[in-house]
Design a protein around this ligand. Structure first.
Ligand code: GUN
Length: 289
């Protein structure tokens, strides 16, 4: 068996087209969806991510603003900026680019974002919504993107064995909760898991977000499994790879995502989706619906 490669760019184009149409409809009703991005310090990777987010907003027709601060800015100044954005009716989504410089209390900063503008889905209210299965919250963008890819390819989730490798707050934990909500049987593995292969071999759907090149080898994957690689690793030779031995595993899997060009394009796309969703909720509330 050779796996079908899930083209993240194609799925992202499809979702962005839906967002573009929804944005045009909102603009006709006088609501122009807006995203505000707060960035602190000069982390080069963060600067690239923020530039990509702004570009994606422009492509779909959203308004975006960047609020850039020096690394030695105080918590109070960042929180004051967030409070202004919370109160600004032209802003429907607020995102604080992570990581923040080490002197910040990240929980406190993220907690200052109004939960109904928290398009990254990192506020505890939105995290709690994932736990109880409330579909009015903002799901975090990367696992939401994975879920969209599975839907786009008509891959069933209900009753499937899902193994998530990586237990981060941004990907692994929310991914597990979202797939549990769709009635999958979910197992989370992490850096302390003994004999990872005894778990991964059971997976009908394997989602890997560990940040380790070649962590997943063909002998760890069941024939016909769906393999979603969320990892992005730069090798010493400059090549970008995921966490999965792509060439080996594609011989056994039924579906596989490449790196680059798999989950990556979906993360930014779902941020745009969440912002349009937020603007549409604001428009409904303003109309008293
Ligand atoms: N840094 C790495 N990934 C993310 C993300 O999804 N959102 C934010 N705000 N920062 C990040």
């Amino acid at each position: 068996m050779t796996a079908k490669i899930i083209d993240g760019h194609a799925v992202a184009r499809h979702v962005r087209q839906e967002c573009r149409e929804a944005t045009e409809a909102l603009k006709r009703r006088g609501v122009h969806p807006g995203l505000a991005v707060v960035i602190v310090g000069d982390n080069p990777a963060s600067q690239v991510y923020v530039a990509n987010k702004i570009k994606a907003c422009e492509e779909v027709g959203l308004k975006s603003t960047v609020h850039a601060f020096a690394a030695d800015t105080s918590d109070g100044e960042i929180e004051a900026c967030i409070q202004r954005l919370n109160a600004d009716p032209a802003v429907h989504g607020i995102l604080v680019q992570l990581p923040l410089p080490s002197h910040f209390d990240v929980r406190r900063v993220l907690g200052a974002i109004s939960s109904d503008k928290d398009v990254d889905g990192f506020h505890l209210y939105n995290v709690g919504g994932l736990v109880v299965g409330d579909n009015t919250i903002f799901p975090p963008c990367t696992p939401f993107g994975v879920q969209k890819m599975l839907e786009y390819e008509n891959i069933p989730v209900e009753g499937q064995n899902v193994v998530v490798v990586g237990a981060s707050n941004i990907v692994g934990k929310p991914m597990a909760l979202m797939l549990m909500q769709k009635d999958a049987t979910v197992c989370i593995c992490h850096a302390k898991t003994r004999d990872l292969a005894q778990f991964t071999i059971l997976a009908d759907i394997l989602v890997v977000a560990a940040g380790k090149p070649n962590l997943i080898l063909p002998q760890m994957v069941r024939h016909g499994a769906v393999v979603i690689d969320v990892g992005i690793n730069r090798l010493p030779n400059g090549r970008l790879v995921g966490d999965v031995d792509f060439e080996g595993v594609r011989q056994k899997a039924s579906y596989i995502t490449p790196v680059p060009g798999g989950v990556g394009p979906m993360t930014v796309t779902m941020l745009v989706h969440n912002t349009v969703q937020s603007a549409s909720r604001f428009a409904q509330n303003a109309a008293g619906l």
